[in-house]
Design a protein around this ligand. Structure first.
Ligand code: GDP
Ligand code: IMO
Ligand code: MG
Length: 428
C-alpha cells in the first residue's frame, strides 16, 4: 500500500501542479479530490506549458487520472479544458470521473457573481466559478450529480425544480434576469454525451489500486489556509483542501494514507481577500510579484505577496500530518539582500505561536521576523542540496525546524527537471 497526498500548505498557488507532475513519474494513478475549476495548476514539461483546472495533472504523463466525488465539476468547462489539452497532444483514454461528483450549473456561477457584487454580503474575492453555491447545494441536499446527468429524465426533473427556486431568488433578491431551462438542459445533455465514457464509481477503482500495492498520488487544489474549517474563514473556499479532504473526496479510508507532502513557496502569496500578516505592500512585494510571475492562472489577478510564514505552515503541517515539505520558487528569492522569515506573531504585545481562529485577532497580528542574508546564486540548474549556497541552506534549515517537518523537495524553477530531491517517496 502506497499513497501520497499533495496539499497546499499556504493560500494556494504554491506549485502543486509542478510537484504533482514531478511525482507522477513514480505514481500509477493521480486523483483530484476537491475543488473545481477555481484551481489553476501549471505543469511545464520539455518547454511545453500546460494549464490545468479540473483535469488531474497526471494526464500530462498519460497516467490514469481520476476526478473524485469531492470535486465540484463544471462539465462545460471540463470539455473546454480537454479540448485545449488535446490540441497540445494530450490523450484522454485514462480519465475517470466519479458518478457522485456534484455538478456546477450556470445558476451557481451566476449566484457566485451576484453575491460577490452585492453590498449586502461580504466580498470574498472568489474566482466566480460557482464553487461556493455548488457546495452549498450539495450540503443543502439539492445538488445535481454526474450520475443524474447520465439519466436525462432525472437530470431534467432536478434541474426544473432547482431552476424554479433559483429564478425566484435571481428575480426577487438580485433583480436579475432568469435563466432558461431549455438552454441549460441542451448544453448539459450534450456535455453528458461527451463525458459518459469517462464516468465510473471511482472510489472502488482507487481502493483497488491501493489494495494491489499501486502508487496512488492525490493532487490537492487550493491550500490549507483556504480550508472551509481550518482556513481564514470566511475568506476561504468551500471545500477541504487538506489531507482529511482526501478520504471523503476520493472515497478511501484514513488508514490508506501513508505520506503527505505540503507544498509551500519560499515566500507567501494570496489571491482574493482576507488577512495576510506577512504581506508586503512595498517594493519587495512588487519585486516578488514580477520576478515570480505572481498572476493567477485562472483569473489573471495579481497575487498579493509577502514573506514566508512559519506559524501558518507549521499549522498546515499539524492539520495535514505532513511527512514532508516541498519548498518551491526558491530561485525567486535570488538577488534579495535580505530575506525575512516570520517566526511568530505579536498581538497586543503578546507573542502568539498559533493561528488564532478569530479573524479580527488574526487581522491584527503583526509578524515577528528573523532576518536572513540573501544570495546571488543562479540556482536554476542546481540539482543537489549540497550545491545550494550556504545562506539558502540556513534559510531552508530554519524553515524545516520551525515547521517541524523535513524538507523533501526543493524546486528551483518551473520545469519538471528543476527539482532537488531531498527525501524518499511512496515508501521507496
Ligand atoms: P498551483 O496552483 O499550486 O499548482 O500553482 P500555480 O501553477 O498556480 O502557480 C505556481 C507558478 O509557479 C506556476 O507558474 C509554476 O510554473 C511556477 N513554479 C512552480 N515551481 C517553481 C519554481 O520552483 N520556480 C519558479 N520560478 N517557478 C515555479
Ligand atoms: P490552486 O489550486 C489560490 C481563492 C480565491 C478566493 C477564495 C474563494 O490553483 O492553488 P472560490 O472561487 O474557491 O470560492 O474562492 O479562494 N482560491 C484560490 N487561491 N489558488 C487556488 O487554487 C484557489 N482557488 C480558490 O481567490 O480568495
Ligand atoms: Mg494555482
Amino acid at each position: 500500500m502506497s499513497s501520497l497526498v499533495i496539499v497546499g500548505a499556504q493560500w494556494g498557488d504554491e506549485g502543486k501542479g509542478k510537484v504533482t507532475d514531478f511525482l507522477t513519474d513514480k505514481a500509477d494513478v493521480v486523483v483530484r479530490y476537491q475543488g473545481g475549476n477555481n484551481a489553476g495548476h501549471t505543469v511545464i514539461s520539455n518547454g511545453k506549458v500546460y494549464k490545468l483546472h479540473l483535469v488531474p495533472s497526471g494526464i500530462v504523463q498519460n497516467k490514469p487520472s481520476v476526478i473524485g466525488s469531492g470535486v465540484a465539476l463544471d462539465p462545460l468547462s471540463l470539455i473546454e479544458e480537454m479540448n485545449e489539452l488535446k490540441m497540445q497532444g494530450i490523450i484522454f483514454d485514462k480519465l475517470l470521473i466519479d458518478k457522485r461528483t456534484h455538478l456546477i450549473l450556470p445558476y451557481h456561477i451566476k449566484l457566485d457573481q451576484l453575491r460577490e457584487e452585492s453590498s449586502a454580503r461580504t466580498e470574498i474575492g472568489t474566482t466566480k466559478r460557482g464553487i461556493g453555491p455548488c457546495y452549498e447545494d450539495k450540503t443543502k441536499r439539492c445538488g445535481i450529480r454526474v450520475c443524474d446527468l447520465m439519466m436525462p429524465e432525472i437530470f431534467k426533473e432536478k434541474l426544473k425544480q432547482n431552476l424554479n427556486n433559483v429564478n425566484t431568488e435571481l428575480k426577487k433578491i438580485y433583480s436579475s434576469d432568469e435563466l432558461d431551462f431549455d438552454d441549460i438542459a441542451d448544453k448539459y445533455l450534450n456535455a453528458a454525451k461527451i463525458i459518459r465514457p469517462y464516468v465510473a464509481d471511482t472510489s472502488i477503482i482507487v481502493q483497488d489500486y491501493i489494495k494491489s500495492g499501486k502508487k496512488v498520488l492525490f493532487e490537492g487544489a487550493q491550500g490549507t489556509m483556504l480550508d472551509v474549517n481550518y482556513g481564514t474563514y470566511p475568506y476561504v473556499t468551500s471545500s477541504h483542501p487538506t489531507t482529511a479532504g482526501v478520504c471523503v473526496g476520493a472515497g478511501i479510508p484514513p488508514t490508506a494514507i501513508n505520506e503527505a507532502i505540503g507544498i509551500a513557496k519560499a515566500y507567501t502569496t494570496r489571491v482574493g481577500k482576507g488577512p495576510f500578516p506577512t504581506e508586503l505592500l512595498d517594493k519587495t512585494g512588487d519585486y516578488l510579484r514580477e520576478k515570480g510571475h505572481e498572476y493567477g492562472v485562472t483569473t489573471g489577478r495579481p497575487r498579493r505577496c509577502g514573506w514566508f510564514d512559519t506559524v501558518g505552515v507549521r499549522y498546515a503541517a499539524r492539520i495535514n500530518g505532513l511527512t514532508g515539505l516541498a519548498i518551491t520558487k526558491l530561485d525567486t528569492l535570488t538577488g534579495l539582500k535580505e530575506i525575512k522569515l516570520c517566526v511568530s506573531y505579536k498581538y497586543k504585545g503578546e507573542i502568539l505561536n498559533v493561528i488564532p481562529p478569530e479573524l479580527n485577532i488574526f487581522d491584527e497580528c503583526e509578524p515577528v521576523y528573523e532576518v536572513f542574508e540573501g544570495w546571488e546564486q543562479d540556482m536554476s540548474s542546481v540539482r543537489s542540496y549540497n550545491d545550494l549556497n550556504d545562506n539558502a541552506k540556513k534559510y531552508l534549515s530554519r524553515i524545516s525546524e520551525l515547521c517541524e517537518t523535513p524538507i523533501s523537495i526543493i524546486s528551483v524553477g518551473p520545469d519538471r527537471q528543476q527539482t532537488i530531491i531531498n527525501g524518499k517517496f511512496f515508501n521507496e
